[in-house]
Ligand binder design. Sequence first.
Ligand code: SAM
Ligand code: DTB
Ligand code: SF4
Length: 341
Amino acid sequence: MIRHDWTLEEIRAVYDQPFPELLFQAQLAHRENFSPTVVQRSTLLSVKTGGCPENCSYCPQSAHYDTGVDRHKVLPKDYVMKQAQEAKDNGSTRFCMGAAWREIRDGAEFDAVIDLVEGVHSLGMEVCCTLGMLNESQAVRLKEAGCHAYNHNLDTSPEYYGEIISTRTYQDRLDTLKNVRKAGITVCCGGIVGMGEQIDDRLGLLQELSKQDPHPESVPINMLVRVEGTPLNETEEVDPIEFVRIIATARIVMPTSYVRLSAGRTEMSDEMQALCFVAGANSIFAGEKLLTTPNPGEDKDHALMRRLGMEFKSETVEITAPAGCGHTAASTPADAQVANS
Ligand code: SAM
Ligand code: DTB
Ligand code: SF4
């Protein structure tokens, strides 16, 4: 059953169950809605990097911190198209373009990103964007250009948010999510574990996500990538079992959403990732790089899938549909070939 009225106490009771009970309940929810052996993949590309005016304490791209990230303006279209084609050839069905913007500003740079969205959409890939805050008309423009999903994270509980970011409010984020939804773009919204927050903040994030109606189609759970120069660089490591518990709880609270095992996988063992998949994670970012930090890469991920007898989802995307009208996805036997080759 899809619920939008989970109380914190209820979510805590789910989270606090004995580990085998929690994983069993997560498996039940997962199997009711998805294949337990199939993992979806997206590839990320930072199309505008660094120099962001926001002060998100975790982020290597914030202009407030000296992290050594190379800044660049919006990348040229031919370069982005090449990257997208490569991602497609490697089996990714989604291409997610990120920009280190506080918010979208109408003008030449946004026009350039719209052109990128149209270009990648024409390759038959599902296009996702994460460009900061946006208004209603900007969301409509993205939708018309063929943007399928928009990533905009709530990051943590409303109570802890101010400890991490002071240049915008939780309500700002919620407003953007509303604009995205209204334009008919699917929502990718999650958060970060490991920023010094309490368990209740993690559960409070899940509660906020579950209040969204409909639930976000995709819920990225990031484990903080500690980047030198950011205020969170020295934060304590996340307990892997606590992390798996959050994945399982997300799966139970939002049973039909893709739960994405996002940043932080280079620090995770195969065993920890395996537990996350058992707990209901069914999506990852593919490739050597997230936006600015490393990711395990194709070879390692294929090896992991083989070890686990699992497979990557492969979809064909209908590009004859009117721009921005979503897609029809069909599983092909290629999944199994990739996984078993
Ligand atoms: N500027 C846009 C925004 O903030 O929405 C888009 C890009 S931003 C880098 C996308 C998301 O990446 C953030 O909301 C945050 O959840 C995640 N992120 C950024 N730095 C991270 C880090 N060091 N570790 C884990 N996740 C991180
Ligand atoms: C999300 O939740 N995680 C991805 C994606 N959405 C855009 C980004 C992770 C970024 C990690 C830090 C970096 O590589 O700069
Ligand atoms: Fe800017 Fe997004 Fe990084 Fe915050 S998370 S500093 S908004 S790029």
